[in-house]
Write a protein that binds this ligand. Structure first.
Ligand code: GLU
Length: 429
């Protein structure tokens, strides 16, 4: 990643907090899953919100000499299984409720991939597009100083998320190591390789989603070769998924970014688009004849991959989706109502907590490598990731069939189970 590449975004549509409260919807599905598993209301009391939520104010010296104070958050959902882990997003509209929901999703992803962690998430209210490189560095370091008491390699491990990347992780790791006066690579994941990062980390989220796409295609008897694919979002996840799909012989007929979408039923020139994409994951402004993100979602295709942001498929457009399979590479792209409509229509929907578990799985691998001081090659990382995601997918698919629930509820059932059991052993329930 280049020095000026300050984003590692999974999507950038600025209607992130549009209308639907992600936190409340997450609570509803967690409640459903616990009920299906026969757990008591006490289990819901423990899991219904993060055990810890810190709100901080971060003063930053701006390039013009003034001081601007930014608001930041760090949520830790549940630490019964082990330390918490999860990304930090830089976004102008991130809310406390979003951070809470995102921390809960991280717990579910950890449960699904069977990692020895609970979920955490951080956020800073800022617009990284308007900050200089120096301002971003001072903000990143200031955030670590502000949350330093509650994070650490055995407490809570941050990672990249929307608009944060390996350079930001490097500054944060350096700040933490200075505060503690010893080298602490295991404090944070998503670092550059030269600073203890893992091979295969950057594309891990996308690879996890691509593995789920293969598994879902097998179920539907669809060959990836020749399948028509639409990807909403061309950030870190979307662009790598486009690359993987193209390499597997799929025909990518649509992609989009925050400014609009490109659609060609004969297939887009993915190599060219990847080459021209900027560090904020935007490319469509180079073309005439774009359509809107909303229009793209309703185009006919075999596989639709929302890889942008939350609340994209809602009760309003769920009836108009014309895909056979949907694989959620973004966090929360489909509302609860839309999930119901899509499953009634027989569309196979692979939920975010499964399709998006690749990132945190390789974060776990990075943490393990830091702990043992011994580093794996890319093949080893990929093979280990594939094994975990395929196992999780098959387990969730089986539960969905046996318990007659959709894949989202089945994924939540797998995601909560270990946390509830660990909480019981600890005497919290
Ligand atoms: N940003 C990732 C996610 O939303 C979590 C952090 C990671 O990749 O480890 O799943």
């Amino acid at each position: 990643m280049g020095k000026n590449d300050v984003t590692n975004t999974v999507g950038e549509n600025d209607n992130e907090n549009e209308n639907l409260n992600l936190f409340t919807s997450t609570q509803i599905v967690i409640h459903d899953a616990l009920k299906k598993l026969g757990f008591t209301e006490n289990a819901f009391e423990i899991l219904k919100e993060p055990v810890r939520m810190l709100r901080v104010r971060i003063p930053v010296r701006m390039d013009d000499g003034s001081v601007k104070v930014f608001t930041g958050y760090r949520a830790q959902h549940n630490d019964s299984v082990g330390p918490t882990i999860g990304g930090i997003r830089f976004h102008p509209k991130v809310t406390e409720d979003d951070v809470k929901a995102l921390a809960m999703w991280m717990s579910l992803k950890c449960g699904i991939a069977d990692l020895p962690f609970g979920g955490g998430k951080g956020g800073i209210l800022c617009n990284p597009r308007t900050l200089s490189f120096g301002e971003l560095e001072r903000l990143s370091r200031g955030y670590v100083r502000a949350i330093s008491q509650i994070v650490g390699p055995t407490k809570d491990i941050p990672a990249p998320d929307m608009y944060t990347n390996s350079q930001i992780m490097a500054w944060m790791m350096d700040e933490y190591s200075r505060l503690r006066s010893f080298d602490s690579p295991g404090f944070i994941t998503g670092k550059p390789i030269g600073l203890g990062g893992s091979e295969g980390r950057e594309e891990a989220g996308a690879l996890g989603a691509a593995i789920c796409i293969e598994e879902a295609a097998k179920i539907r008897g669809l060959s990836i070769k020749g399948a028509r694919v639409i990807i909403q979002g061309f950030g870190n996840a979307g662009s790598f998924i486009a690359k993987f799909m193209h390499q597997s012989g799929a025909i990518v007929v649509g992609i989009s970014d925050v400014y609009g979408a490109l659609y060609d039923p004969d297939g887009l020139n993915i190599d060219y688009l990847l080459q021209r994409r900027d560090s904020f994951g935007t490319v469509t402004s180079l073309f005439d004849g774009t359509i809107s993100n909303e229009e793209l979602l309703e185009k006919e295709c075999d596989i639709l991959i929302p890889a942008a942001t939350s609340n994209q498929i809602t009760a309003k457009n769920a009836h108009s989706i014309r895909a056979k399979i949907i694989v959620e590479a973004a966090n929360g792209p489909t509302t609860i109502e839309a999930t119901k409509v899509l499953s009634e229509r027989g569309i196979l929907l692979v939920p975010d907590v499964l399709a998006g578990a690749g990132g945190v799985t390789v974060s776990y691998f990075e943490w393990v490598q830091n702990k043992q001081g011994y580093y794996w090659d890319e093949k080893e990382v990929r093979d280990k990731l594939r094994k975990k995601i395929v196992y999780a997918f098959q387990q969730i698919y089986e539960i969905s069939n046996n318990s007659n629930v959709n894949l989202r509820v089945a994924a939540y059932m797998v995601g909560v189970r270990k946390m509830v059991e660990a909480s019981e052993f600890r005497g919290w329930i």
